[in-house]
Design a binder for this molecule. Structure first.
Ligand code: ASP
Length: 332
């Protein structure tokens, strides 16, 4: 590992080894969530604050469950219930919460770069990016990679076809960064108005015709249209036209290879980017992604708190990697 880090801002900051280490640790935590008693003492005495300025179901809940399963004290704050709704600035909110001495602050915000900005002022708090504007969503990508590792025969050399609102998707952007580091291929499919030309710099294939991108895909990764980020001048087809051209239905899924799986970061808009019967089909890994989201967030919190996972859950190779990382003070 090249450098010890204190925060998780994005996939862009992580080395391949760090990404793989977090995925492996996440895998070791899946089993804990399936036990009748879902509790380990790993983060006892640690405090995690979830500070969400944008709506969330999966990410916020899974960070909360992840912290609680590892015995951390977890506090949730949403924009509507925080003093920002009384005019307090982001920085004042951050400094106020940091003064309460949490170990980790998990932040979701509509502005790209929020976490890096706050980290400059909060030297004693680890910050996790739970989604910042259209910039990055690192824990979603770690979740997806764990799902591919365990439910779809791995990600190495695979072709992940991401379909939908690429322009506003932090998930697509983080996948582009991860693919370069981990050696999987990305195809992007979108109408021209939802696909900025700069994405080509990431070495991905670009399609405007969904049907042309399906053969050879190992994963069809569907994105929600980010209506909250669409501006007036962004041309968007009607819902019906969009579903016809870019929705994943049974007919399209039949064009894919037998082992091709379907993924979605959620929340889904059934009947828009994905047909209901496809979302519920045997090819769908969408609920596996949700389950793995908890395990990955357990791994990320563990790493940021400088704690170690239960040693018997790691293979000797992984134990060695963990020991090397711990020797540097923090796992991340
Ligand atoms: N949950 C993902 C995100 O926060 C995808 C979405 O909202 O459509 O970016």
């Amino acid at each position: 590992m090249s450098q010890a880090l204190q925060h998780l801002f994005g996939i862009g900051q992580l080395s391949r080894e760090q990404i793989e280490y977090l995925i492996d640790m996440g895998e070791s935590f899946v089993e804990l969530s399936r036990r009748p008693i879902k509790k380990a003492p790993t983060l006892r005495g640690k405090t995690v604050i979830n500070l969400f300025f944008e709506n969330s179901t999966r990410t916020r809940t899974s960070f909360e469950i992840a912290g609680k399963r590892l015995s951390a004290d977890v506090i949730n704050i949403s924009a509507s219930t925080s003093a920002t709704s009384k005019g307090e600035s982001l920085l004042d909110t951050g400094e106020t919460l940091a003064a309460m001495q949490p170990h980790v602050l998990v932040i979701r915000h509509s502005l790209a770069g929020t976490c890096e900005f706050l980290a400059d002022f909060l030297p004693h708090t680890s910050i996790v990016n739970a989604g910042d504007g259209a910039h990055e969503h690192p824990t979603q990508i770690l979740t997806d990679l764990l799902t591919l590792k365990t439910q779809a025969d791995g990600y190495q050399g695979k072709t992940v076809t991401i379909v939908g609102d690429i322009a506003h998707s932090r998930v697509a952007r983080s996948h582009l960064l991860a693919a370069q580091k981990l050696g999987y291929k990305i195809r992007l499919v979108a109408p021209k108005t939802l696909l900025p030309s700069h994405v080509r710099q990431y070495g991905c294939e670009v399609f405007h015709d969904f049907d042309a991108a399906i053969p050879g895909s190992d994963v069809l990764y569907m994105l929600r249209v980010q209506s909250e980020r669409l501006t007036d001048n962004c041309a968007f087809p009607s819902i019906r036209e969009y579903h016809e051209a870019y929705g994943l239905n049974r007919k399209r899924l039949a064009q894919a290879g037998d082992n091709c799986v379907v993924m979605h970061p959620g929340p889904m808009n059934r009947g828009v980017e994905i047909a209901s019967d496809v979302a519920d089909s045997a090819r769908s890994r969408i609920l596996d992604q949700v389950e793995h989201g908890v395990a990955i967030r357990m791994a990320v919190l563990t790493a940021l708190c400088g704690a170690a996972p239960e040693p018997e859950k790691l293979s000797p190779k992984k134990e060695k990697a963990a020991a090397a990382m711990q020797a540097q003070g923090k796992l991340l």
